[in-house]
Design a protein around this ligand. Structure first.
Ligand SMILES: CSC[C@H]1O[C@H](OP(=O)(O)O)[C@H](O)[C@@H]1O
Ligand SMILES: Nc1ncnc2[nH]cnc12
Length: 291
């Protein structure tokens, strides 16, 4: 099968990758079920990539229904070593305004009904999530942002904590204030367990978060609605596409090292020869070194 170096997962409003050439659609299956939709492979700036619409084209999946394990497994099957996640987020900070972009460096996982690991059923691993995103992929996204945003019409915030809620309902005001008091900077519903699973699969992950609203804590701003979030995301979609393409070029040229690439070196408790044949078969792609 065609291989890809970089994966891109497009979130709300981002259901295809504009710069993709030689696009080929793949209907993949994995030991963890089917991904959200077809995976489209192709070339961006001479770099082989794979694109997946997280909610499916046509936005058919609520965040709790997204087959996170299948999505990451499918990327791994395609040989992906770096994963760029694109997401709409609400802002929990005055200085992070709608249309700004954020490169989160931490997550708080408040999801409640999602399978969050490839392990279990006879195979144990505990990966570190202390630094949940790859600093080098973040760096590539920041440099790409500066290349694209030459007029400086949009602001980039480097660092910030993304709190992931179960959804699909937006938060209550009490919750929104609580997340602020936890120190969270932005809020979304989809980056967990995606980031955890990418780490288990030893894929370097980072998120380009696009601020679409002030959630519902702000005394003077309107409370978030889906219409508002998608509307503001669409205003930024072209810029987001350009940033992703520029980041792909940087990562493709530099192929930076990542702590994620060796995440299982100190994490695997059950040695492969101690796993049952079924567990080993199910996990063989996940635990394999990146190709
Ligand atoms: C349509 S607003 C809520 C929706 O947007 C975000 O999705 P994604 O991260 O895939 O861009 C948020 O997590 C919710 O799923
Ligand atoms: N306020 C918000 N809460 C959760 N997810 C979001 N995605 C975009 N805005 C959001």
């Amino acid at each position: 099968m065609q291989q890809a170096l970089i994966g891109v997962i497009g979130g709300s409003g981002l259901y295809h990758m504009e710069a993709l050439q030689n696009a080929t659609e793949h209907i993949l299956d994995t030991p963890f079920g089917k991904p959200s939709d077809v995976i489209v492979t192709g070339i961006v700036h001479d770099v082989p990539i794979a694109f997946l619409a997280r909610h499916g084209r046509g936005h058919r999946l609520i965040p709790s229904e997204i087959p996170y394990r299948a999505n990451i497994h499918a990327m791994k099957q395609l040989g992906v070593r770096y994963l760029i996640s694109m997401s709409a987020v609400g802002s929990l900070r005055e200085e992070m305004k709608p249309l700004d972009m954020v490169l989160p460096d931490q997550f708080i996982d408040l999801t409640r009904r999602r399978v969050n690991t490839f392990f279990g059923d006879g195979a144990v691993a505990h990966v570190s999530m202390a630094q949940p995103v790859c600093a080098n992929v973040v760096d590539a996204l920041a440099r790409a942002f500066n290349e694209v945003n030459l007029t400086q019409s949009v602001k980039l915030h480097r660092g910030g904590t993304y709190v992931c809620i179960e959804g699909p309902q937006f938060s209550t005001q009490a919750e929104s204030h609580w997340y602020r008091s936890m120190g969270a900077s932005v809020i979304g519903m989809s980056n967990m367990p995606e980031a955890k699973l990418a780490r288990e699969a030893q894929i370097a992950y980072a998120t380009l978060a696009m601020v679409t609203d002030f959630d519902c804590w702000h005394p003077r701003e309107a409370h978030v609605t889906a219409e508002m979030a998608i509307g503001n995301l669409m205003k930024n979609a072209r810029r987001a596409q350009q940033i992703a393409a520029a980041a792909i070029q940087i990562i493709g040229n530099e192929r930076p090292p990542s702590i994620a690439h060796a995440a299982l070196a100190s994490a695997l408790v059950t040695q492969p020869n101690e796993m049952t044949p079924e567990s080993f078969d199910r996990l063989s792609k996940v635990i394999s070194a990146a190709s």
